[in-house]
Design a protein around this ligand. Structure first.
Ligand code: FES
Length: 104
């Protein structure tokens, strides 16, 4: 699938990523600044915070219960578009996905 991360200082990174990864892993593999993934995806660091582009929110869905609690700890501003990207799996259904990296 193809995914694009829009960067807070302008510019964007687009990459073709394998299915079955998490979007945190995909971001780290593509050196997306601001998506760190410190805990490796076990929902304990909140450093993989992204905003899901408006047109994709229904498809991606909202956060789970534990993720929702962790989203209160993100460094940037939490909004309705906030997700922890280690909790979103890459798949063909999300081909073309656009994520926005929060400013911190
Ligand atoms: Fe730590 Fe997502 S990588 S919460």
């Amino acid at each position: 699938m193809n995914v694009t991360w829009k960067l807070p200082e302008g510019g964007e990174i687009s990459a073709e990523v394998a299915n079955g990864l998490t979007l945190m892993e995909a971001a780290v593999a593509n050196d997306v600044p601001g998506v760190i993934g410190e805990c490796g995806g076990c929902l304990s660091c909140a450093t993989c915070h992204v905003y899901v582009d408006e047109g994709w929110r229904d498809k991606v869905g909202g956060p789970g219960e534990t993720e929702d609690v962790m989203l209160d700890m993100v460094a940037g501003e939490r909004t309705d578009a906030s997700r922890l990207s280690c909790q979103i799996e890459t798949s063909e259904a999300l081909d073309g996905l656009v994520l926005i990296v929060p400013a911190v």
